[in-house]
Ligand binder design. Structure first.
Ligand SMILES: [Mg+2]
Ligand SMILES: [Zn+2]
Length: 194
């Protein structure tokens, strides 16, 4: 099973510092088309499309767990409606923790907050994913670090935090694309030729 791991903010919806309310959610038409194309070309018995997102706003107390759950439901409803039912997400993993700014039980140095690969390892367990054949798309270097730590081909997109942010010597993305649509085209090409 191939995993297509997608960061959320800056990849599927436009980035805003903390996206915790529907009024802050904007999907670009190209990201909706990209999801539709992924789903259309890669059937569910071959590939799973999985969101892996740091959501420390929850751990920082910027919303309650109930509000977060409500927002998440609304987010997926909007994604479905705005894509005309074409954009399917198979699983959604998020990390609410923060090692210093988290409140109460959320203040831990967890194994799931990117750049750590914990969410990808959990997805592997849940879905039987071969991480070496899998892909990660993110707009920050911590996404790329998580993807590479798990052994995935990792694509940096410039649609969120801008052109090639903070690339340092040790970590280089496997590819850099303008946005999720271009990243999807690259992924589909690689899968076809593998
Ligand atoms: Mg992001
Ligand atoms: Zn975590």
């Amino acid at each position: 099973m191939i995993g297509i791991f997608l960061d959320r903010d800056g990849v599927i919806n436009e980035d805003a510092e903390y996206v915790l309310r529907m009024e802050d959610v904007r999907f670009s038409p190209r990201s909706l088309d990209a999801l539709a194309l992924l789903n259309q070309v890669l059937p569910r018995d071959e590939a799973r499309v999985i969101i892996v997102t740091n959501q420390s706003g929850l751990g920082r107390g910027m919303c309650t767990p109930q509000e977060f759950a409500l927002f998440t439901g609304q987010y997926f409803e909007a994604l479905r409606d705005q894509s005309g039912g074409r954009a399917r997400i198979d699983d959604y993993l998020y990390c609410p923790h923060h090692p210093t700014a988290g409140v109460g039980e959320y203040r831990i140095d967890c194994a799931c907050r990117k750049p750590k690969p914990g969410m990808l390892l959990e997805a592997k367990r849940r879905h039987g994913i071969d991480l070496q054949k899998s892909y990660l798309v993110g707009d920050r270097m911590r996404d790329i670090m998580a993807g590479q730590a798990a052994g995935c081909y990792s694509i940096l997109v410039e649609s969120g935090s801008g052109p090639a942010p903070e690339i340092d010597g040790d970590i280089t993305p496997d590819a850099i694309c303008a946005d999720l649509y271009d990243a999807t085209a690259l992924i589909l090409e690689r899968v076809k030729n593998s």
